[in-house]
Design a protein around this ligand. Structure first.
Ligand code: NAD
Ligand code: MG
Length: 393
Protein backbone atom coordinates (compact mmCIF):
# COMPACT_ATOMS: atom_id res chain seq x y z
CA UNK A 1 0.00 0.00 0.00
CA UNK A 2 1.26 3.46 -0.93
CA UNK A 3 0.52 6.02 1.80
CA UNK A 4 -0.62 9.34 0.36
CA UNK A 5 -1.05 12.70 2.10
CA UNK A 6 -2.91 15.47 0.32
CA UNK A 7 -2.26 19.09 1.17
CA UNK A 8 -5.15 21.16 -0.15
CA UNK A 9 -7.48 18.14 -0.28
CA UNK A 10 -10.71 20.12 -0.69
CA UNK A 11 -9.54 22.04 -3.77
CA UNK A 12 -9.87 21.13 -7.41
CA UNK A 13 -6.60 19.13 -7.52
CA UNK A 14 -7.25 17.56 -4.10
CA UNK A 15 -10.68 16.29 -5.11
CA UNK A 16 -9.35 14.90 -8.40
CA UNK A 17 -6.55 13.14 -6.51
CA UNK A 18 -9.01 11.46 -4.13
CA UNK A 19 -11.04 10.41 -7.15
CA UNK A 20 -8.06 8.55 -8.64
CA UNK A 21 -7.22 7.04 -5.24
CA UNK A 22 -10.81 5.87 -4.77
CA UNK A 23 -10.50 3.87 -8.00
CA UNK A 24 -7.56 1.92 -6.46
CA UNK A 25 -8.40 1.14 -2.82
CA UNK A 26 -5.95 -1.76 -2.63
CA UNK A 27 -3.07 0.28 -3.99
CA UNK A 28 -3.33 3.61 -2.11
CA UNK A 29 -4.08 4.50 1.50
CA UNK A 30 -4.86 8.08 2.56
CA UNK A 31 -2.66 9.07 5.51
CA UNK A 32 -3.39 12.79 5.94
CA UNK A 33 -5.66 15.43 4.43
CA UNK A 34 -5.63 19.21 4.83
CA UNK A 35 -7.84 22.18 4.06
CA UNK A 36 -8.00 25.85 4.94
CA UNK A 37 -11.49 26.01 6.50
CA UNK A 38 -13.95 23.90 4.49
CA UNK A 39 -15.39 21.79 7.35
CA UNK A 40 -18.13 20.22 5.24
CA UNK A 41 -15.72 19.16 2.49
CA UNK A 42 -12.97 17.80 4.74
CA UNK A 43 -15.45 15.99 7.02
CA UNK A 44 -16.93 14.15 4.02
CA UNK A 45 -13.45 13.20 2.78
CA UNK A 46 -12.45 11.94 6.25
CA UNK A 47 -15.60 9.82 6.51
CA UNK A 48 -14.81 8.22 3.15
CA UNK A 49 -11.03 7.82 3.38
CA UNK A 50 -10.44 7.52 7.16
CA UNK A 51 -7.03 9.26 7.26
CA UNK A 52 -4.90 9.20 10.41
CA UNK A 53 -4.64 12.99 10.46
CA UNK A 54 -6.76 15.90 9.22
CA UNK A 55 -5.35 19.42 9.31
CA UNK A 56 -7.54 22.48 9.27
CA UNK A 57 -5.55 25.71 9.08
CA UNK A 58 -8.38 27.76 10.61
CA UNK A 59 -8.66 27.07 14.39
CA UNK A 60 -12.45 27.47 14.64
CA UNK A 61 -12.97 25.19 11.63
CA UNK A 62 -10.73 22.59 13.31
CA UNK A 63 -12.94 22.62 16.43
CA UNK A 64 -16.03 22.09 14.27
CA UNK A 65 -14.37 19.31 12.29
CA UNK A 66 -13.27 17.52 15.48
CA UNK A 67 -16.86 17.58 16.73
CA UNK A 68 -18.31 16.38 13.40
CA UNK A 69 -15.89 13.47 13.18
CA UNK A 70 -16.53 12.46 16.79
CA UNK A 71 -20.29 12.41 16.14
CA UNK A 72 -19.74 10.34 12.99
CA UNK A 73 -17.48 7.89 14.86
CA UNK A 74 -14.49 8.65 12.63
CA UNK A 75 -11.19 8.00 14.32
CA UNK A 76 -9.12 10.75 12.61
CA UNK A 77 -6.95 13.05 14.68
CA UNK A 78 -7.59 16.73 13.92
CA UNK A 79 -4.80 19.33 14.12
CA UNK A 80 -4.95 23.03 13.37
CA UNK A 81 -2.69 25.87 12.24
CA UNK A 82 -0.22 26.16 9.37
CA UNK A 83 2.56 24.39 11.29
CA UNK A 84 0.46 21.24 11.33
CA UNK A 85 0.64 21.22 7.51
CA UNK A 86 4.31 20.42 7.83
CA UNK A 87 3.48 17.51 10.16
CA UNK A 88 0.98 16.21 7.60
CA UNK A 89 3.63 16.52 4.87
CA UNK A 90 6.14 14.37 6.73
CA UNK A 91 4.00 11.92 8.73
CA UNK A 92 5.48 8.40 9.01
CA UNK A 93 3.71 6.07 6.60
CA UNK A 94 3.44 8.79 3.95
CA UNK A 95 5.22 7.71 0.77
CA UNK A 96 3.75 10.31 -1.46
CA UNK A 97 2.61 13.90 -0.83
CA UNK A 98 0.28 15.79 -3.14
CA UNK A 99 1.24 19.47 -2.81
CA UNK A 100 -2.01 21.11 -3.90
CA UNK A 101 -2.30 24.17 -1.68
CA UNK A 102 -2.73 27.30 -3.76
CA UNK A 103 -0.14 30.09 -3.59
CA UNK A 104 2.81 30.90 -1.35
CA UNK A 105 1.10 29.15 1.60
CA UNK A 106 2.18 25.89 -0.03
CA UNK A 107 5.92 26.56 0.10
CA UNK A 108 6.77 25.48 3.67
CA UNK A 109 4.64 22.31 3.64
CA UNK A 110 6.06 21.36 0.22
CA UNK A 111 9.56 21.90 1.53
CA UNK A 112 8.75 19.76 4.58
CA UNK A 113 7.68 16.91 2.29
CA UNK A 114 10.88 17.29 0.26
CA UNK A 115 13.04 17.33 3.38
CA UNK A 116 11.33 14.14 4.58
CA UNK A 117 12.54 12.54 1.32
CA UNK A 118 9.06 11.80 0.00
CA UNK A 119 7.76 11.51 -3.54
CA UNK A 120 6.25 14.96 -3.97
CA UNK A 121 3.55 15.47 -6.57
CA UNK A 122 3.81 19.16 -7.27
CA UNK A 123 0.69 21.06 -8.26
CA UNK A 124 1.62 24.12 -6.19
CA UNK A 125 3.71 25.83 -8.90
CA UNK A 126 3.97 29.02 -6.81
CA UNK A 127 6.40 27.21 -4.45
CA UNK A 128 8.82 26.61 -7.36
CA UNK A 129 8.43 30.15 -8.70
CA UNK A 130 9.26 31.59 -5.26
CA UNK A 131 12.11 29.30 -4.32
CA UNK A 132 13.00 27.14 -7.33
CA UNK A 133 16.74 26.85 -6.75
CA UNK A 134 16.34 26.15 -3.09
CA UNK A 135 13.63 23.58 -3.58
CA UNK A 136 15.49 21.73 -6.36
CA UNK A 137 18.66 21.75 -4.24
CA UNK A 138 16.75 20.23 -1.31
CA UNK A 139 15.19 17.59 -3.57
CA UNK A 140 18.68 16.40 -4.52
CA UNK A 141 20.09 16.71 -1.00
CA UNK A 142 17.25 14.81 0.67
CA UNK A 143 16.76 12.10 -1.95
CA UNK A 144 13.20 13.24 -2.60
CA UNK A 145 11.45 12.90 -5.93
CA UNK A 146 9.54 15.76 -7.53
CA UNK A 147 6.93 14.84 -10.13
CA UNK A 148 5.00 17.65 -11.81
CA UNK A 149 1.21 17.61 -11.77
CA UNK A 150 0.78 20.73 -13.86
CA UNK A 151 -0.55 19.17 -17.06
CA UNK A 152 2.06 20.84 -19.30
CA UNK A 153 5.03 19.80 -17.19
CA UNK A 154 3.68 16.33 -16.66
CA UNK A 155 3.28 16.09 -20.45
CA UNK A 156 6.88 17.24 -20.97
CA UNK A 157 8.12 14.71 -18.42
CA UNK A 158 6.32 12.02 -20.42
CA UNK A 159 7.88 13.24 -23.71
CA UNK A 160 11.44 13.37 -22.33
CA UNK A 161 13.66 10.28 -22.16
CA UNK A 162 13.04 8.19 -18.99
CA UNK A 163 16.58 8.81 -17.78
CA UNK A 164 16.50 12.57 -18.40
CA UNK A 165 18.98 14.06 -15.94
CA UNK A 166 18.64 17.81 -16.45
CA UNK A 167 20.78 18.19 -19.58
CA UNK A 168 18.79 19.15 -22.69
CA UNK A 169 21.80 18.80 -25.01
CA UNK A 170 22.72 15.34 -23.74
CA UNK A 171 19.11 14.28 -24.32
CA UNK A 172 19.11 15.74 -27.86
CA UNK A 173 16.36 18.19 -26.98
CA UNK A 174 16.13 21.50 -28.83
CA UNK A 175 13.08 23.11 -27.16
CA UNK A 176 10.34 22.52 -24.64
CA UNK A 177 7.03 23.86 -25.97
CA UNK A 178 4.33 24.68 -23.43
CA UNK A 179 0.78 24.90 -24.73
CA UNK A 180 -1.66 27.48 -23.35
CA UNK A 181 -5.40 27.54 -23.91
CA UNK A 182 -5.41 31.34 -24.02
CA UNK A 183 -8.11 31.31 -21.33
CA UNK A 184 -11.60 32.81 -21.49
CA UNK A 185 -10.47 36.24 -22.79
CA UNK A 186 -8.36 35.07 -25.73
CA UNK A 187 -10.51 36.87 -28.31
CA UNK A 188 -11.92 39.70 -26.16
CA UNK A 189 -11.44 43.20 -27.59
CA UNK A 190 -8.58 44.95 -25.74
CA UNK A 191 -10.88 47.87 -24.78
CA UNK A 192 -13.21 45.43 -23.00
CA UNK A 193 -10.45 44.22 -20.62
CA UNK A 194 -11.18 47.05 -18.13
CA UNK A 195 -14.67 45.75 -17.38
CA UNK A 196 -13.90 42.00 -17.10
CA UNK A 197 -15.66 40.56 -14.01
CA UNK A 198 -14.38 37.77 -11.73
CA UNK A 199 -17.13 35.50 -13.13
CA UNK A 200 -15.95 36.14 -16.70
CA UNK A 201 -12.29 35.64 -15.77
CA UNK A 202 -13.04 32.38 -13.92
CA UNK A 203 -15.15 30.88 -16.73
CA UNK A 204 -12.32 28.85 -18.26
CA UNK A 205 -13.27 27.32 -21.62
CA UNK A 206 -11.57 23.93 -21.16
CA UNK A 207 -10.54 23.39 -17.50
CA UNK A 208 -12.44 23.60 -14.20
CA UNK A 209 -10.02 24.90 -11.56
CA UNK A 210 -9.74 26.99 -8.39
CA UNK A 211 -10.40 30.73 -8.70
CA UNK A 212 -6.79 31.93 -8.35
CA UNK A 213 -5.38 29.77 -11.15
CA UNK A 214 -8.45 30.58 -13.27
CA UNK A 215 -7.67 34.31 -13.07
CA UNK A 216 -4.01 33.51 -13.78
CA UNK A 217 -5.15 31.69 -16.92
CA UNK A 218 -7.25 34.68 -17.99
CA UNK A 219 -4.23 37.03 -17.66
CA UNK A 220 -1.87 34.30 -18.92
CA UNK A 221 0.28 34.88 -15.84
CA UNK A 222 -0.31 31.17 -15.36
CA UNK A 223 1.78 30.46 -18.46
CA UNK A 224 4.46 32.86 -17.23
CA UNK A 225 4.62 31.00 -13.90
CA UNK A 226 4.75 27.76 -15.88
CA UNK A 227 7.73 28.89 -17.98
CA UNK A 228 9.60 29.59 -14.72
CA UNK A 229 8.40 26.22 -13.39
CA UNK A 230 9.66 24.43 -16.53
CA UNK A 231 13.09 26.10 -16.31
CA UNK A 232 13.46 24.87 -12.71
CA UNK A 233 12.09 21.37 -13.19
CA UNK A 234 13.99 20.53 -16.36
CA UNK A 235 17.04 22.72 -15.83
CA UNK A 236 16.30 24.59 -19.05
CA UNK A 237 17.38 28.11 -20.00
CA UNK A 238 14.48 30.50 -20.69
CA UNK A 239 15.34 30.75 -24.41
CA UNK A 240 14.67 27.03 -24.86
CA UNK A 241 11.15 27.14 -23.41
CA UNK A 242 8.48 28.40 -25.80
CA UNK A 243 4.77 29.08 -25.37
CA UNK A 244 2.16 28.39 -28.02
CA UNK A 245 -1.57 29.12 -27.73
CA UNK A 246 -3.69 26.05 -28.44
CA UNK A 247 -7.35 26.76 -27.64
CA UNK A 248 -8.58 23.13 -27.77
CA UNK A 249 -6.38 22.04 -24.80
CA UNK A 250 -5.90 18.58 -26.30
CA UNK A 251 -2.14 18.84 -26.80
CA UNK A 252 -0.77 19.32 -23.29
CA UNK A 253 2.79 20.22 -24.35
CA UNK A 254 5.59 19.09 -26.67
CA UNK A 255 9.30 18.32 -26.75
CA UNK A 256 11.25 19.14 -29.92
CA UNK A 257 14.38 17.08 -30.57
CA UNK A 258 17.42 18.03 -32.68
CA UNK A 259 16.53 15.45 -35.34
CA UNK A 260 13.26 17.27 -36.06
CA UNK A 261 11.03 14.91 -34.05
CA UNK A 262 8.40 16.66 -31.98
CA UNK A 263 6.90 14.44 -29.28
CA UNK A 264 3.40 15.55 -28.38
CA UNK A 265 1.34 14.54 -25.35
CA UNK A 266 -2.39 14.44 -26.10
CA UNK A 267 -5.52 13.59 -24.21
CA UNK A 268 -8.74 15.03 -22.85
CA UNK A 269 -8.24 17.98 -20.52
CA UNK A 270 -8.63 15.96 -17.31
CA UNK A 271 -6.27 16.60 -14.38
CA UNK A 272 -6.78 13.04 -13.18
CA UNK A 273 -4.49 11.92 -16.05
CA UNK A 274 -1.32 13.67 -14.79
CA UNK A 275 -2.34 12.86 -11.20
CA UNK A 276 -2.68 9.13 -12.01
CA UNK A 277 0.61 9.23 -13.93
CA UNK A 278 2.51 10.69 -10.98
CA UNK A 279 0.78 8.60 -8.31
CA UNK A 280 1.58 5.30 -10.05
CA UNK A 281 4.87 6.31 -11.72
CA UNK A 282 6.64 4.48 -13.34
CA UNK A 283 3.61 2.25 -13.80
CA UNK A 284 0.30 3.23 -15.42
CA UNK A 285 -3.11 2.90 -13.82
CA UNK A 286 -6.63 3.13 -15.17
CA UNK A 287 -8.99 5.45 -13.30
CA UNK A 288 -11.77 5.32 -15.87
CA UNK A 289 -10.37 8.01 -18.18
CA UNK A 290 -12.66 8.73 -21.13
CA UNK A 291 -11.38 7.23 -24.38
CA UNK A 292 -9.73 9.82 -26.62
CA UNK A 293 -10.98 9.23 -30.14
CA UNK A 294 -8.73 11.14 -32.56
CA UNK A 295 -11.23 10.76 -35.36
CA UNK A 296 -13.69 12.83 -33.29
CA UNK A 297 -11.14 15.50 -32.41
CA UNK A 298 -11.84 19.08 -33.52
CA UNK A 299 -9.17 20.67 -35.75
CA UNK A 300 -6.12 21.56 -33.66
CA UNK A 301 -5.07 25.21 -33.80
CA UNK A 302 -1.75 26.70 -32.67
CA UNK A 303 -0.84 30.39 -32.63
CA UNK A 304 1.73 32.61 -30.92
CA UNK A 305 0.52 34.45 -27.77
CA UNK A 306 -0.50 38.10 -28.26
CA UNK A 307 1.85 40.17 -26.05
CA UNK A 308 -0.44 43.26 -26.15
CA UNK A 309 -3.40 41.35 -24.83
CA UNK A 310 -1.37 39.39 -22.26
CA UNK A 311 1.29 41.67 -20.71
CA UNK A 312 1.64 39.35 -17.68
CA UNK A 313 3.48 36.79 -19.78
CA UNK A 314 6.21 39.34 -20.60
CA UNK A 315 6.41 40.37 -16.92
CA UNK A 316 7.10 36.77 -15.94
CA UNK A 317 9.82 36.52 -18.59
CA UNK A 318 11.31 39.77 -17.30
CA UNK A 319 11.39 38.39 -13.73
CA UNK A 320 12.90 35.13 -14.95
CA UNK A 321 15.75 36.89 -16.74
CA UNK A 322 16.32 39.30 -13.81
CA UNK A 323 16.80 36.20 -11.63
CA UNK A 324 17.50 36.23 -7.90
CA UNK A 325 14.35 37.05 -5.97
CA UNK A 326 12.51 38.65 -8.92
CA UNK A 327 10.25 35.60 -9.53
CA UNK A 328 9.29 35.62 -5.82
CA UNK A 329 8.37 39.32 -6.13
CA UNK A 330 6.39 38.57 -9.29
CA UNK A 331 4.51 35.79 -7.52
CA UNK A 332 3.70 37.83 -4.41
CA UNK A 333 2.51 40.83 -6.44
CA UNK A 334 0.39 38.55 -8.60
CA UNK A 335 -1.24 36.91 -5.55
CA UNK A 336 -2.09 40.33 -4.10
CA UNK A 337 -3.41 41.57 -7.47
CA UNK A 338 -5.56 38.49 -8.09
CA UNK A 339 -7.02 38.57 -4.56
CA UNK A 340 -7.84 42.29 -4.98
CA UNK A 341 -9.45 41.62 -8.37
CA UNK A 342 -11.54 38.74 -7.01
CA UNK A 343 -12.62 41.03 -4.11
CA UNK A 344 -13.76 43.72 -6.54
CA UNK A 345 -11.03 46.15 -5.38
CA UNK A 346 -8.89 46.11 -8.54
CA UNK A 347 -9.81 46.32 -12.20
CA UNK A 348 -8.78 43.37 -14.37
CA UNK A 349 -6.59 45.58 -16.57
CA UNK A 350 -4.80 46.92 -13.46
CA UNK A 351 -3.40 43.47 -12.54
CA UNK A 352 -0.40 43.74 -14.91
CA UNK A 353 0.45 47.37 -13.98
CA UNK A 354 0.37 46.44 -10.29
CA UNK A 355 2.85 43.61 -10.87
CA UNK A 356 5.03 45.75 -13.15
CA UNK A 357 5.24 48.54 -10.57
CA UNK A 358 6.03 46.11 -7.74
CA UNK A 359 8.86 44.62 -9.82
CA UNK A 360 10.16 48.14 -10.52
CA UNK A 361 10.22 48.95 -6.78
CA UNK A 362 12.06 45.76 -5.89
CA UNK A 363 14.42 45.07 -8.82
CA UNK A 364 16.37 41.78 -8.70
CA UNK A 365 16.76 41.38 -4.95
CA UNK A 366 19.24 38.73 -3.88
CA UNK A 367 18.00 35.62 -2.08
CA UNK A 368 20.22 32.90 -0.68
CA UNK A 369 18.16 31.33 2.08
CA UNK A 370 14.57 30.37 2.79
CA UNK A 371 14.43 33.22 5.30
CA UNK A 372 15.41 35.65 2.49
CA UNK A 373 12.60 34.30 0.31
CA UNK A 374 10.00 34.60 3.08
CA UNK A 375 11.12 38.15 3.96
CA UNK A 376 11.06 39.18 0.31
CA UNK A 377 7.60 37.67 -0.16
CA UNK A 378 6.33 39.73 2.78
CA UNK A 379 7.98 42.91 1.52
CA UNK A 380 6.60 42.46 -2.01
CA UNK A 381 3.10 41.86 -0.60
CA UNK A 382 3.37 45.11 1.36
CA UNK A 383 4.47 47.09 -1.71
CA UNK A 384 1.82 45.47 -3.92
CA UNK A 385 -0.88 46.04 -1.29
CA UNK A 386 -0.11 49.76 -1.19
CA UNK A 387 -0.12 49.96 -4.99
CA UNK A 388 -3.47 48.14 -5.13
CA UNK A 389 -5.05 51.01 -3.20
CA UNK A 390 -3.82 53.52 -5.81
CA UNK A 391 -4.69 51.67 -9.03
CA UNK A 392 -8.19 51.68 -10.58
CA UNK A 393 -10.67 49.46 -8.72
P1 NAD B 1 -8.26 25.45 -5.10
O1 NAD B 1 -8.49 26.86 -4.72
O2 NAD B 1 -9.38 24.68 -5.72
O3 NAD B 1 -7.82 24.62 -3.78
C1 NAD B 1 -6.83 25.09 -2.92
C2 NAD B 1 -6.68 24.19 -1.71
O4 NAD B 1 -5.71 24.80 -0.83
C3 NAD B 1 -7.95 24.02 -0.88
O5 NAD B 1 -7.97 22.74 -0.31
C4 NAD B 1 -7.80 25.09 0.22
O6 NAD B 1 -8.50 24.74 1.42
C5 NAD B 1 -6.30 25.08 0.45
N1 NAD B 1 -5.80 26.38 0.90
C6 NAD B 1 -6.09 27.60 0.37
N2 NAD B 1 -5.41 28.56 1.03
C7 NAD B 1 -4.67 27.94 1.97
C8 NAD B 1 -3.76 28.40 2.97
N3 NAD B 1 -3.48 29.70 3.13
N4 NAD B 1 -3.16 27.48 3.77
C9 NAD B 1 -3.44 26.17 3.62
N5 NAD B 1 -4.30 25.67 2.71
C10 NAD B 1 -4.90 26.55 1.89
O7 NAD B 1 -6.96 25.40 -6.01
P2 NAD B 1 -6.59 24.36 -7.15
O8 NAD B 1 -7.19 24.77 -8.43
O9 NAD B 1 -6.82 22.95 -6.67
O10 NAD B 1 -5.02 24.61 -7.29
C11 NAD B 1 -4.10 24.16 -6.31
C12 NAD B 1 -2.68 24.33 -6.86
O11 NAD B 1 -2.55 23.49 -7.99
C13 NAD B 1 -2.37 25.76 -7.33
O12 NAD B 1 -1.04 26.04 -7.04
C14 NAD B 1 -2.57 25.69 -8.83
O13 NAD B 1 -1.78 26.60 -9.53
C15 NAD B 1 -2.13 24.26 -9.12
N6 NAD B 1 -2.74 23.68 -10.33
C16 NAD B 1 -4.08 23.50 -10.39
C17 NAD B 1 -4.65 22.96 -11.55
C18 NAD B 1 -6.12 22.68 -11.61
O14 NAD B 1 -6.58 22.09 -12.59
N7 NAD B 1 -6.92 23.08 -10.65
C19 NAD B 1 -3.83 22.63 -12.63
C20 NAD B 1 -2.46 22.84 -12.53
C21 NAD B 1 -1.91 23.36 -11.37
MG1 MG C 1 -0.88 24.12 -16.34
Amino acid sequence: MIGVSILGATGSIGVNTLDVIAAHPSRFRVVALSAYRDVEGLAAQCRLHQPELAVMVDEQAAIELRQRLREAGVDTEVASGSDALQTAASLPGTDCVMAAIVGAAGLLPTLAAVRAGRRVLLANKEALVMAGNLLMHEVARCGAQLLPIDSEHNAILQCLPHDYAGDLDAAGVRRLILTASGGPLRTLAPEAMASVTPEQACAHPTWTMGRKISVDSATMMNKGLEVIEACCLFDAPAERVDVVVHPQSLVHSMVEYVDGSVLVHMGHPDMRTPIAHALAWPERIDFGAAVFDVTQSPPLEFEPPDPRRFPCLALAMQALSAGGGAPAVLNAANEIAVAAFLDGRLRFDAIAPLIEQTLAELPAPEVVSLEDVMALDEQARRVAGELAGRLPG
